[in-house]
Ligand binder design. Structure first.
Ligand code: AMP
Ligand code: ZN
Ligand code: FE
Ligand code: FE
Length: 284
């Protein structure tokens, strides 16, 4: 059975910098043997990823997606794995969310202008390319234009959840997102919950009821102490502790390379077992 797993990565199809092929080649070269592609609100990178993964017989590519929601004062991201992504209704929902991302990004650029920070909307669209547009694209243009020194600083000063140019996204609740993913057999995992700890006692039972099975514990820049705390939360609610690098390739102090966050073998096997039992092993 393959072992080294990274269950959270992004590509040019959303706000990452590598194409699916480049990502898979890089991950494989770093010893990753189970990789989930989890672009924001899009599965358009999956055909290329599936093709790229063909050349590695000992490599498992898991079709995934990351979907974002806002709750009062915070963001909640949900990862869906082994999704039956070709489902037309699901694709329609994703297309709608991507459309609303464009409107939201435009509003953030307008909000920046009100703050005296004028960046070109056309340039933001250009940086986003055909992919699902997001704040990192705006951040990159802010860097290009010299308004900030790094993507990170762009988030701190302007684009972060509580910063002045932030605009909320379309109102889907976390439970609605889980339900949407369950309709296409998605195995649902709560992403990077560190900032949500104060809300977990209300959030987790609610999400478990609609089908959440896991929670990210081993994540990017989380310290061993933070992971220990999150592991206790996962145990409390009987959620599989998973995670990944959330690799985007944008650099910055919190960036980890694909495969840099080791996941313990047992929960990964447990996760794959859930997929098997559900009959959703191996993408079509
Ligand atoms: P969006 O999907 O437009 O809401 O943007 C969310 C994405 O922005 C995340 O997936 C990260 O890639 C990135 N992001 C969020 N917070 C930060 C931060 N503080 N520094 C750098 N990137 C961030
Ligand atoms: Zn992202
Ligand atoms: Fe996220
Ligand atoms: Fe992510």
């Amino acid at each position: 059975m393959p072992s080294r797993a990274d269950l959270h990565t992004h590509t040019t199809y959303s706000d990452g910098v590598l194409t699916p092929t480049q990502l898979i080649d890089l991950a494989y070269s770093k010893g990753v043997r189970i990789l989930a592609l989890t672009d924001h609100d899009t599965t358009d990178g999956l055909p290329e990823a599936i093709e790229a993964a063909r050349k590695y017989p000992d490599f498992l590519l898991i079709p995934g997606v990351e979907m974002s929601t806002d709750v009062p004062g915070n963001e909640v991201h949900i990862l869906g794995y082994f999704i039956r992504w070709q489902d037309p209704n699901f694709q329609e929902q994703l297309a709608r969310l991507r459309d609303s991302r464009v409107i939201r990004a435009r509003r953030m650029v307008d909000k920046l202008a009100q703050l005296g920070i004028r960046i070109s909307w056309e340039r933001v669209l250009e940086v986003a390319g055909d992919g699902s547009i997001g704040r990192p694209h705006i951040a990159q243009v802010l860097v290009e234009e010299g308004y900030v020194g790094s993507v990170n600083e762009a988030f701190q000063l302007y684009l972060g959840r509580n910063a002045p140019a932030y605009v909320e996204r379309e109102k889907l609740t976390p439970a609605e997102v889980v339900q949407l993913l369950r309709k296409v057999q998605g195995i649902c995992v709560l992403a990077h919950p560190r900032e949500l700890i104060a809300q977990l006692d209300s959030l987790l039972p609610q999400l478990k009821e609609v089908g959440l099975v896991g929670m990210e514990v081993y994540y990017q820049d989380y310290t061993p102490e933070e992971m220990e705390v999150l592991l206790r939360w996962a145990r409390k609610y009987d959620l599989i502790p998973l995670g990944g690098s959330d690799y985007h390739g944008l650099g910055g102090p919190q960036q980890r390379e694909p495969g840099d966050i080791p996941l313990p073998e047992e929960p990964v096997q447990q996760f794959l077992e859930v997929a098997k039992v559900q009959g959703s092993f191996l993408p079509a």
